[in-house]
Design a protein around this ligand. Sequence first.
Ligand code: ADQ
Length: 739
Amino acid sequence: MNKTIIVSNRLPVDLKYIEDKLIAKSSTGGLATGMKSVHSEGNGIWVGWSGMAEEDMNENQKLEVDRALANEKCVQVPLTNADIDNYYYGFSNTALWPLFHYFQAYTEFELDHWKSYVEVNQKFADVVLQQVNDGDTVWVHDYQLLLLPQMLREKNPTLTIGFFLHIPYPSYELFRTCPWRDELLHGMLGADLVGFHTYGYARHFISSVSRVKGIEVNFNEISYDNRIIKVDSFPMGIDYDRYHNAALEHKKRPEESKSELMKSIDFHNKSNDGSKLILSIDRMDYTKGIPNRVKSFEYFLNKYPEYKGKVRLVMLAVPSRENVAQYQLLKRETDELVGRINGDLSTISWTPIWYFYRSLPFDELIDLYVASDVAMVTPVRDGMNLVAKEYIATRTNENGVLILSEMAGAAKEMHEALIVNPNNFDQIADSIKEALEMPAEEQKTRLEALQKRISRYDVERWAGEFLKSLKAAKDVVPVQVAQKLTPLKVSEIADHYKLATKKLFLLDYDGTLAGFKNNPSDAIPTQELYDLLDKINEDETTEIAIISGRDRKTLEGWFGHKNYTLVTDHGAWLRKVGAEWGMLDQMKSSWKENIRPVIESFTDSTPGSLIEEKEYSLAWHYRKVDADMAALRTMELKHVLKSLLINNALSVLDGNKVLEVKNSNVNKGRAATRLTNETEYDFIFAIGDDWTDEFMFEELPESAYTVKVGNVKTVASYFINYSTEVLDLLRDITKVQRQ
Ligand code: ADQ
């Protein structure tokens, strides 16, 4: 039976010596909980770092660690202190973490860190590959392992690989600054499914892929390396029942078993009638907006002084990445800020901020959640933020208000919270006031809606949905995936060509026989092309047909003097060898008068675009237009055109950086059929790069060789990567020597 392997930087276990025996205790973090059923099913395992550096263990201890981990179905990736410094604290946390959270000024790109990142990803790959069997599923987690999916795919293509990013995915403008952006995307695209917390992050990823790699993306499917990769959003949930039930238990707890923290809170509540607690919990991280939160609380107290002495901010920060300089600075800044505000505002009976810099056991965390009237979750950037969801889960008394930053992924699904911009102190101050004064009925209504959603989309459901989509992504057999044209296949085609007695080449022009130029009129045929085609044409049993979207005048100018069949205007006109031009269908062109001004207005307002007028069509070229602007403008133009074309027998062709309006009943497929119906060929070879060539591929008989230029979705049987390979390919088939 196939198994599932989970891979994350850290294993979900804490190693502890109990009476001289090393014990691995499974930790209860969100991810570990979500993965529980996946991990415990069948022979599933978890691969990651144990938390202990290799140098710090002797051989015996290593074995002991392996054994303790094996009991928890975990396998360690041995890492040295240097690995941890360079891969984890280095590239992961001083390059990727700040970059992906829009902290560009904190981002350091160090070559040594990068090299270590590649090496450590390879170490992870080596361990995983030792554990897998063909057909297994591997689920890779987070930004420390962006290269892993591809490393696994290269060694074992039978694996089903999922990747989930727990942090935001930044806009292309940020991502492009990374010197290793190509490698990172290549790494992630080794997966069958790439998941993010929100649709926004998925959109940013798709935009990076299409702009950095220049490859085709079709809604949420990416065609890459002859595979389809799915991209989707899966908002992570929490173990709702665990938090909810713990909160219910909390109420039953007798006085003597209460924690010191809880006793202090009770004391505060008793001694200040009507006073309220505001909660803040995070890892000490600059993305969490801790200094801003403290400052906005001070701002609130000064804006609404009637709350002085009545409201307290309980702020809990868990020590995190203390080796990284920015984290040390943040700690110092927070300490000083809290010290100053408490110094400025405290009275004998009231301290505005209670500040704890430590990790708390689960029970005490619950104490805090339960005791707080308001939770302030105001990160400046956060992939999801689980604290917001945990707070909601512990509200068992139908009261409590959540103030949530719009910069947290959680804000996308927790609309009933008070949503704030974490940099807008005025808005936050007003939201704190609104939260403190919110009528009980309104609190209840908002909470109920939030609880309903969060309890339904809990962490188990999240893991289930991801794995379901992963399975579906792998099961999707694309309608037909074109195969790369190998030298072996080419020689097979050449053999067929040699034996055949009636042969036809259907050759698209732009992007196939000629590369693209910024201005279409510059893409004139080269002498090399003329020589080759003439040479092929010398064979009397071979017919060459140039089948293009270009107009009659242009193609006649270029090839009119040759003995080739010419098909122009996407199949509107046909000139057989030695015959006159004829129209495949009767067409009108009067519509151009109405459509031209519309396209012209787009040309005027879109720098870099130009309009090409053909006899029976109008083309709007946008090859030189900035990619973002082009995406927007083509969408608008398509929309406008479609509304105008309803009553005309016209359609809009979405070509390679060109939108073209033409008569609907014309396409290259009809023209190709006409040619192949008239003569019985025993060898047909068609090649093209454009969307319009798909009609031709589709209509040709199955025995035809159809080749797409570019590795994108196609109905052709084969593909080659670049138009620069086309002439050599024709030479290889026809055995015509280079002149
Ligand atoms: P984190 O940045 O760690 O996670 P978050 O999602 O808020 O952020 O999770 C923090 C967890 O730590 C919560 O479960 C919380 O209860 C716990 N915690 C916080 N303070 C604590 C304390 N003092 N003592 C004990 N426990 C404490 C990353 C991303 C997030 C994303 C998660 C999951 O940065 O955006 O939501 O992964 O994908």
